[in-house]
Design a protein. Sequence first.
Length: 390
Amino acid sequence: MPPHRIALLFNANKVYDRQVIAGIGQYLKSTRVEWDLFMEDDFRSRTLGIHRWGGDGIIADFDDPVVAETLATLSMPIVAMGGSYADDRLYPVGTPYVATDNVMLVRTAYDHLIEQGLQRFAFYGLPAVPGNRWAQEREAAFAQMVATDGVEGIIYRGSPTSAGGWGRAQEEMVEWVRSLPKPIGIIAVTDARARQLLQACVVADMPVPGQIAVVGIDNDPMAQLLSRISLTSVIQGAEEMGRTAAQILHQMLHGSDCSTTRVLVPPVGLNVQASSQHQPSKSPHVMRARHYIQQYACLGIKTEQVADYVGVSRTLLEEHFKRELRQTVHQTILDHKLKMAHGMLADPRIPLADVAVRCGFTSLQYMYAVFRREYDCTPRQFIEAQRSRA
């Protein structure tokens, strides 16, 4: 028998879609199922001509209402994927559906911010348009959580992302950030929106996470690379969604009736980084200094530069650091550089020399000297010891 011809209709320019596709690939490899996969060359989810395609089955992102409407008249096996809904009537009828649990995604972020000692919360979402129904579900989940707990919750949708209107959109976001009661924890509907929010905080000169703690959703490596402050993010179970969808379609291709199947996939966990690690500071000088250090420690800044940014003398700043953090400004800078190095060393694809440069050490030899002084081992020995404890 020739392999089944399967279309994957996803916009793989998004990390969520790429992880779903990866999960489908993992299922195929683990089961030795052979499918002849069709995807657009540029990994876009176009449905033009899909009725003339003549394949055997489809796995598609039904968060796009155009995709859902177009495929509704096809008679071949189809597995729908997308966000979960509080209203069951919003799910497609007669089509198996694999969903990311929107409520649990928001709950994971919300509970984490509560654990940081925060009592005010906000949500940075997306404009309410048909293609953003999943975002509206996350916003509604947030609104329900803060209402149930009787705490303050603020919702801001902002503007669509476009080059022409971005200048004004960022100005509005900066104004919103400045107007918020502080300290506050903000859940961003995606990592892309979280990155925009972190940029607005930098422009507004608002300390993160001292005054504003931020959590995104997606665990997108690109958002991490483009943010000076490392981003805490909820890890979706997107690969598990892909594996589940492929399994359901495999069963349908062999005669199983899965028309009423609905699977809700919870998040994998939370990647905790600096953006949400809120530690209330008694001293505003320490709070502003730590905000500056989180942005620029890896650029080789010195204590004098931190003091200049805060607007106090080096001696006064050192007194505040020793009283509140029980360490010097220099040690705080070094701790941040070492923490960044820990994350990079975990990726064997990054050369040690690159780790040293990107973390702000003057040379590879100096990074080795610091690791020996702080941990009594080399960088490689440090990461091997961390893996053995995991």
